[in-house]
Design a protein around this ligand. Structure first.
Ligand SMILES: [Zn+2]
Length: 68
């Protein structure tokens, strides 16, 4: 049984393996207040959507350069 943590951006629950930013403490209490989805495509937050849009735009620009 792996514990689930909550993404602070989109609020979905994931295992520690799928999240970044979890503060693993020596007390065994893991702080997920700053956790966020490791894979942006799976994060449902508006911030992740904006970042993905930006990345796709950047990729399109690269393709245009190659074609020119
Ligand atoms: Zn998320």
């Amino acid at each position: 049984m792996s514990r689930l943590f909550t993404c602070s951006r989109c609020g979905c629950q994931r295992t520690a393996a799928d999240l970044n930013g979890i503060n693993l403490t020596a007390t065994g209490w893991n702080d997920d207040s700053a956790a966020y989805c490791k894979r942006l495509a799976e994060c449902k937050s508006a911030e992740a959507d904006e970042t993905l849009d930006w990345l796709l735009d950047a990729l399109d620009a690269d393709d245009a350069e190659d074609a020119a």
